[in-house]
Design a protein around this ligand. Structure first.
Ligand code: CTP
Ligand code: CA
Length: 227
């Protein structure tokens, strides 16, 4: 039979998850966004709550229901997401599954941009803060286990390995988000787990819920080693 500890391997832990896209306003009625549905991040939050964790889910704009037993903080922009993550710390485990917009419009007017004789307005962009790198590189209050995702369309493993080093996280969940894979917005995901030690594990194509359950089982193992 299963012990209570085995059934709820994350009890007593606080797990923080980011999920969904961010929306970066251009003017009061327009924004930049991406195709993330939030399904994978929300499934991780749900699986972690089912495994006994106290879960804080920081979510960009999604159409999904709040997972049961999870504290959900809704945000719109990357900068709001970073502030919400910092406010939710400390955490034992942080999983950065959100598809954070890399750039936002450099200026934000109070008024709707109007068409005019000068043609389309220039859309100047500026870089958003990197939430994962900011948290993983903290000298104080860094969660003992920091997990990133890597959305790639080519050279998945090479890019993911570079990301793990650059961002300072412990584990990267890499996935191929080429349009043909249907990962963005779809219900299934094919992921590879890349460890800081160079380890590589390829999982079969699975429902996002199943990816979430397996990942949570793995995180519980790693967290019990980290403590
Ligand atoms: N991430 C983040 N904040 C950002 C950008 C990315 O927290 N401003 C996180 C994502 O949640 C993910 C990881 O960083 O866990 C990798 O995101 P990805 O978009 O794959 O990598 P980038 O570093 O943004 O590089 P690029 O998009 O150029 O591949
Ligand atoms: Ca990016």
């Amino acid at each position: 039979g299963e012990t209570p500890q085995g059934a709820r391997p994350l009890s007593g832990r606080h797990l923080l998850v980011t999920s969904g896209p961010t929306h970066e306003p251009i003017d009061p009625v327009r924004y930049l966004a991406n195709r993330s549905s939030g399904k994978q991040g929300h499934a991780i939050a749900a699986a972690a709550a089912a495994a006994g964790a106290r879960v804080t889910l920081i979510s960009g704009p999604v159409v999904l229901a709040d997972p049961p037993g999870v504290t959900v903080v809704r945000v719109e922009t990357a900068r709001e997401m970073l502030a919400a993550v910092e406010a939710a710390l400390p955490a034992d485990i942080a999983v950065f599954a959100a598809a954070v917009a890399d750039w936002r419009p450099a200026t934000l007017g109070d008024e709707k941009i109007k068409k005019g004789p000068d043609g389309p307005p220039p859309l100047r962009l500026t870089e958003n803060p990197d939430i994962l790198a900011t948290i993983a590189h903290r000298s104080e209050g860094r969660p003992p286990l920091v997990v990133g995702f890597a959305a790639e369309t080519t050279d998945v493993i090479a890019h993911a390995r570079a990301k793990i080093a650059r961002k300072g996280c412990d584990l990267i969940v890499a996935n191929d988000v080429s349009t043909a894979t249907g990962v963005m917005g779809g219900d299934r995901n094919t992921v590879q787990l890349i460890g800081r030690d160079g380890s590589l594990e390829t999982w079969p194509t699975l429902a996002k819920d199943e990816v979430a359950r397996r990942l949570v089982t793995r995180l519980a193992e790693l967290a019990s080693i980290a403590h």
